[in-house]
Design a protein around this ligand. Structure first.
Ligand code: ATP
Ligand code: MG
Length: 391
């Protein structure tokens, strides 16, 4: 009986005069995410978004729309003209429908009235509708205002009446494309896909950069990263992935620098290459999955030396998170199972037995003088491959 899905948004409501830019972007992003399901009517009305679903399977619509950043919650609902008597009847139908499939012993009605000219307050509405439902359904059905099994929500709005039983949580955040563009350094691990997802949630469009050491790293490890990118693209739409072979650079470092500096210098190269590509693609920042103290190269000194290799901002959304917290998000967003598939990473090639844990910038920069840094970066970028990741 549902004819619409309500999409609620939160934070963009406080953006003052720019509010409509965010709202329009959100509507557009929802439309895009639903394209594969059909040509759906998505529209904005009085501070919320509706999706007409009459002829469609609303559950798959909610499943897709839930991944659109900026949406706080969704409800399959019945929407019709402003008519209080009909609102009561629809609430009854919804509850009866539910009771056909589930044992419902307790419920409560929660009402909202944006039409302030209406004769009842919202509390009076709730009581009135609740009483009506009890008398029509009868049996053992009871009202429980604290922990009801079912919440019947009834809204009397100027433009329409709306009734529904469920709220499905979205991820919140801001609409993609409202906060510039970031280049994510995407490994095959658990952390970087989570980092990318978190930054995208704040409205930042993503581009991806992956480093491999082919043929030391396999074709399969590349496919794994592409699979992670595909999972990200279910939230972000089409994504472009840049792949750079780091092996020639790793060989040079191996030959000309101290063994224990291998990792930190490689990381500085990763950042510099990413920065150069990022700037050429109009990205405003780099994004990494680093977290303080997680591995030898992520000590505060290691992060400082890595950070000093670039000039553009580096976003590290996981910086103060525990691994278990990161894993929880990875599971929630669906990247975890792919991330834990065992594959070699370019960092494991030439892994020093005892990497420096407290590198000093001056010393690392001196070591880098043994290399033709600019030339190595340019050659790496010349050989870069680009793939578009779509679903
Ligand atoms: P992850 O789980 O994301 O692989 P990690 O704990 O293994 O992280 P590191 O290997 O030290 O940590 O990498 C730190 C960050 O550097 C990663 O989160 C990622 O952003 C970037 N990075 C590491 N390896 C690669 C790679 N092969 N390609 C692109 N970026 C990488
Ligand atoms: Mg890694």
């Amino acid at each position: 009986m549902y004819n619409v899905v309500i999409a609620r948004y939160g934070e963009i409501g406080v953006k003052g005069k720019n509010r409509y830019i965010f709202e329009d972007k959100l509507v557009k992003n929802i439309r895009n995410s639903l394209k594969k399901l059909g040509k759906l009517n998505v529209y904005k009305q009085y501070g919320r978004i509706y999706i007409d679903v009459e002829e469609y399977d609303y559950e798959s619509i909610i499943e897709e729309a839930r991944k659109v950043f900026g949406i706080v919650s969704l409800s399959p609902a019945v929407k019709f003209e402003n008519n209080y008597e009909k609102l009561k009847e629809v609430c009854l139908e919804l509850l009866k429908d539910k009771m056909e499939f589930e044992d419902v012993e307790t419920f409560k009605v929660e009402s909202k009235r944006t039409d302030k000219t209406f004769r009842m307050t919202s509390l009076e509405m709730s009581r009135d509708i609740g009483g009506y439902l009890l008398s029509e359904i009868g049996g053992d059905l009871k009202v429980d205002v604290r922990t009801p099994q079912v919440k019947v929500e009834a809204e009397l709005r100027e433009e329409a009446c709306v009734a529904y039983l469920e709220r499905i949580a979205g991820y919140g955040g801001l609409p993609l494309g409202t906060n510039g563009k970031g280049m994510v350094l995407l490994s095959g691990g658990i952390d970087s896909p989570v980092a990318g997802w978190m930054v995208a949630k704040r409205g930042v469009d993503l581009e991806l950069m992956h480093y491999h050491s082919y043929p030391f790293t396999s074709e399969r490890s590349k496919e794994k990263v592409e699979e992670l990118a595909r999972i990200l693209s279910t939230y972000c739409g089409k994504l472009r992935m840049h792949s750079v072979n780091l092996l020639p650079i790793q060989k040079e470092i191996n030959e000309h620098c101290r063994e224990e500096e291998m990792t930190i210098i490689s990381r500085r190269f990763m950042m510099k290459i990413a920065q150069k590509v990022a700037i050429s693609k109009g990205c405003n920042a780099l994004v990494t999955g680093e977290s303080i103290g997680q591995v030898a190269s992520q000590t505060i000194q290691g992060l400082t030396v890595t950070n000093a290799s670039v000039d553009i901002p580096v976003f590290r959304p996981l910086i103060a998170m525990d691994k278990s917290e990161i894993v929880d998000i990875a599971k929630k967003i669906g990247t975890f199972e792919t991330s834990i598939i065992p594959e070699e990473d370019c960092c494991t090639v030439f892994l020093p037995k005892k990497p420096v844990t407290k590198p000093k910038l001056e010393k690392i920069m001196l070591s880098e003088q043994n290399l033709d840094v600019e030339k190595l970066i340019d050659e790496a970028i010349e050989n870069m491959e680009v793939v578009d990741i779509t679903l």
